[in-house]
Design a protein around this ligand. Structure first.
Ligand code: LMR
Length: 394
């Protein structure tokens, strides 16, 4: 049986994570996989999560199936958080996803059924997993330009040249906030123009919302998704609770579909449920229930939001510290963009061989496209890291 198989390509992010774990050097620096790190370099369990888990443990009476749509109250809380009431509930349907990736998988499969072999336009560059996810759903991947490697900002004119030329059969995958991998994000005015364009052309937006609250704030980061969802008749959103609730391995996410009317929404819902049942049958519930408990309880919710704010502000502080150190030491503003970007990542613009050298010689790990996870910047070794980066950039 297996003789027909060839070795598949593994995702570079998780290959690097394993390499980092296996590296015995005690001075190693992990700027690779996108997980939040505290000052002690741990990825902690948030205190609101711990408390919610305790409540669940104390109160749980059963582990029977929830049903194919999953934890409805969790989904509702996420719809409220992400959309803030901008779309009438009669047009919205949800199912839980196995994490944000699972949520994307369900939505993409439904889109693949709606437009078999249809084109999905993905930002160049993007999170590497977007590509196999779309291809596995029978969609054809095309790209729209996104990042200007010289200014390290969004190349909005180039992006809109493609977006404006799309048609009603095309799908556009947008990063709702905190673009991965670049860290360069659309302004509110640019989101307005994207929404207007989609409304005009009828191209279908699928929004990946994996970092809500990691950029400028929970409300601020929801601007784009709300603007688009309120502007067009039909859209989809994949929400991940991995980062903003620190629930990575619990796989909590929500697939949100917005249709032009309630009857169409019911059809989409049946398709989403059909995908879930035919792939994983039921979605995991522990992380979903944790989020539900937190968001439905005023005190826990406030505690979570405060902790999230602390995480966000720490990442912003680390950005500024690293950019400042590089400017001070090199007398150049070449890395100022790190402080201007937002979210978890920045794309440094280093060549793959430079990235490789940083890993082998300095034990500094980043993705080979030179994406860094800013949460991994060691606050007490910022100067040392700045030296490595300055030397590497030549
Ligand atoms: C990342 O981009 O590093 C994270 O989203 C983890 C992942 O699943 O790739």
């Amino acid at each position: 049986m297996f003789e027909t198989l060839q070795k598949a390509t593994l995702d570079k992010i998780f290959v690097l994570m394993a390499e980092y774990a296996a590296d015995p050097r005690t001075n190693k620096i992990d700027l690779g996989v996108g997980v939040y790190k505290d000052p002690k370099n741990n990825t902690p369990i948030m205190s609101a999560v711990k408390k919610a888990e305790q409540r669940i443990l104390d109160g749980a009476k059963t582990k029977t199936y929830k049903g194919v749509v999953g934890n409805k109250e969790f989904s509702q809380a996420i719809v409220d958080l992400a959309l803030g009431g901008v779309v009438d509930a009669s047009r919205i349907r949800t199912v839980n996803g196995a994490g944000g990736t699972g949520a994307l998988m369900t939505l993409l499969h439904v889109l693949g059924r709606a437009r078999p072999g249809g084109k999905i336009y993905i930002s160049d560059p993007t999170w590497p997993n977007h590509i196999p996810l779309a291809e596995n759903a029978n969609l054809k991947v095309e790209y729209y330009p996104y990042f200007d490697a010289t200014t390290r900002k969004v190349d909005f004119d180039a992006m809109m040249k493609v977006i404006d030329g799309l048609g009603g059969n095309d799908i556009v995958l947008l990063h709702g906030c905190c673009h991965n991998p670049t860290g360069a994000n659309l302004t509110k005015a640019q989101w307005d123009l994207v929404a207007e364009s989609l409304k005009r052309t009828g191209a279908f937006p699928l929004i990946d919302l994996a970092y809500l609250g990691f950029g400028d704030g929970l409300e601020e980061d929801a601007y784009g998704v709300r603007k688009v969802a309120a502007s067009v008749p039909e859209s989809m959103i994949a929400f991940s609770a991995s980062k903003n609730f620190g629930l990575y391995r619990e796989r909590a996410g929500v697939s949100i579909a917005i249709a032009k009317d309630s009857a169409t929404a019911d059809v989409v819902s049946s398709q989403m449920q059909n995908v879930i049942r035919g792939t994983i049958s039921q979605t995991p519930d522990h992380g979903a229930e944790v989020v539900r408990v937190i968001l439905e309880d005023a005190e826990l919710r406030a505690e979570w939001a405060a902790e999230l704010k602390e995480m966000r502000e720490r990442m912003q502080r680390l950005r500024v510290k690293l950019a400042d150190a590089i400017r001070r030491k090199s007398n150049s503003k070449d890395f100022d963009f790190i402080a201007e970007h937002s979210g978890m990542f920045s794309l440094l613009g280093l060549a793959p061989d430079v990235v490789q050298k940083l890993k082998t010689e300095d034990a500094v790990y980043m993705i080979n496209d030179s994406r860094i996870n800013v949460a991994g910047i060691p606050e007490d070794r910022v100067d040392e890291l700045a030296d490595y980066l300055i030397a590497a950039a030549g």
